[in-house]
Write a protein that binds this ligand. Structure first.
Ligand SMILES: [Zn+2]
Length: 372
């Protein structure tokens, strides 16, 4: 069964609706129309309360989408693709394709949602002031105050520094910037997330016992959800020392098909455009043997106007000018031999065939996962 309903696109981002949010909408409309609004603005016909209740639910959904669009707009500006925005039981989720690659972008993307909620709270408060000046309906005024307050609640609850909430992501970005290591930062933020979730569980139980059962149960569900999410992020960011024993054979980057030594810099540029991550391009000699290579930076060393006439020949280096590693060597062995914290390229070969090229930055990532 499909878990959600696609309702359309906004600013190019598909918006989906989880069935759970429909339950919340019905409950919300019911409580607005029968409890909150009649208490805040008595002596109106029940049709007025129900009409306002439905408008309130729409305003609530607009607030959720607005919050997520805040995230996705800033994500898009930081080159992180937004797959979809889904509204579900506890609010919205902007599904991003991967994480930001630097802590600054991560912080901005996370902060954009609550910032947007504060802006919307301000807009609803502004509407309240305007309608109040015109002596508008008390029901409408109560509704606008409620919408403004719900946006403040949305912003503040998301700012809790409990990963994976927005505030937790901001905390991770700060830790990440300090340590320059993302995985340990994620692990620390997820640990704090679990502690805060447990505190929230205790608070919800106290709430059930002494204050309001319904609010308590609602906070308890939220706290348990938060605990599960933080725990799975914490587990996923655990150290994996076994990665150091892994053979480097499968870790090398694949190389593009070789170029002839008579090829031009323009042809090299085209090859690199087709293979963006390629650390180098192999070059075949006149006998058809792959014995040399050309580095991507050769393109930048030739002015654009001359690229179609300059041959790659003058930039070609022998393949064996690079260190060689055997595919069965382990990550620990290679890092021990070639060093970590330095930039290098190594040819993965068993002596007869070239399996790929190992890049120091890829190895650093494995090391980070292993020692997080
Ligand atoms: Zn958010």
């Amino acid at each position: 069964m499909k878990t959600h309903l696609r309702i359309g696109k906004l600013l190019g981002v598909p918006i989906g609706l989880n069935w759970g949010v429909l339950i919340v909408c019905v409950l919300l409309a019911f409580s607005l129309a029968t409890i909150s609004l009649p208490a805040a603005a008595p002596d109106h016909p029940s049709s007025a309360y129900w009409f306002a209740g439905v408008i309130g639910v729409i305003g609530f959904l607009v607030s959720l989408v607005g919050h997520e669009l805040g995230h996705s707009y800033i994500a898009d500006r930081n080159d992180v693709k937004v797959v979809e925005i889904t509204l579900w039981l506890f609010g919205g989720v902007a599904k991003l394709e991967g994480d930001a690659d630097n802590p600054g972008a991560e912080f901005r993307i996370a902060a954009a949602g609550p910032a947007m909620s504060f802006v919307m709270a301000g807009i609803f408060a502004g509407c309240f002031w305007f309608v109040d000046q015109l002596n508008g309906s008390r029901v409408l005024l109560s509704l606008l105050i409620w919408l403004s307050a719900i946006n403040v609640v949305l912003a503040i609850s998301n700012l809790l520094p409990a990963f994976p909430l927005d505030g937790g992501r901001m905390l991770r970005a700060i830790l990440w910037r300090r340590s320059r290591r993302k995985i340990p930062a994620t692990r620390m933020a997820a640990l704090i997330g679990q502690i805060l979730a447990l505190a929230l569980v205790a608070f919800s139980l106290a709430c059930i016992a002494w204050w309001s059962v319904w609010s308590g149960v609602w906070i308890l569900i939220l706290a348990v959800f938060l605990l599960v999410a933080a725990r799975s992020e914490w587990k996923a960011s655990a150290a994996q020392p076994e990665l150091l024993d892994r053979a480097v054979g499968g870790l090398g980057r694949k190389l593009p098909s070789p170029l002839a030594c008579t090829a031009t810099i323009a042809q090299l540029e085209q090859t690199l455009q087709r293979h963006p991550g390629a650390p180098l391009v192999p070059v075949v000699d006149s006998l058809g043997h792959v014995a040399s290579l050309v580095m991507p930076d050769a393109v930048l060393r030739v002015p654009p106007a001359q690229r179609s006439v300059v041959p790659i020949e003058s930039f070609v280096e022998p393949m064996w000018s690079l260190p060689r590693v055997h595919p069965t060597e382990s990550v620990a062995e290679v890092l021990g031999r070639l060093g970590s914290g330095q930039s290098w390229r190594a040819v993965v070969t068993d002596g007869t065939t070239v399996h790929g090229v190992l890049c120091s930055e890829d190895m650093e990532q494995v090391l980070e996962l292993a020692t997080a």
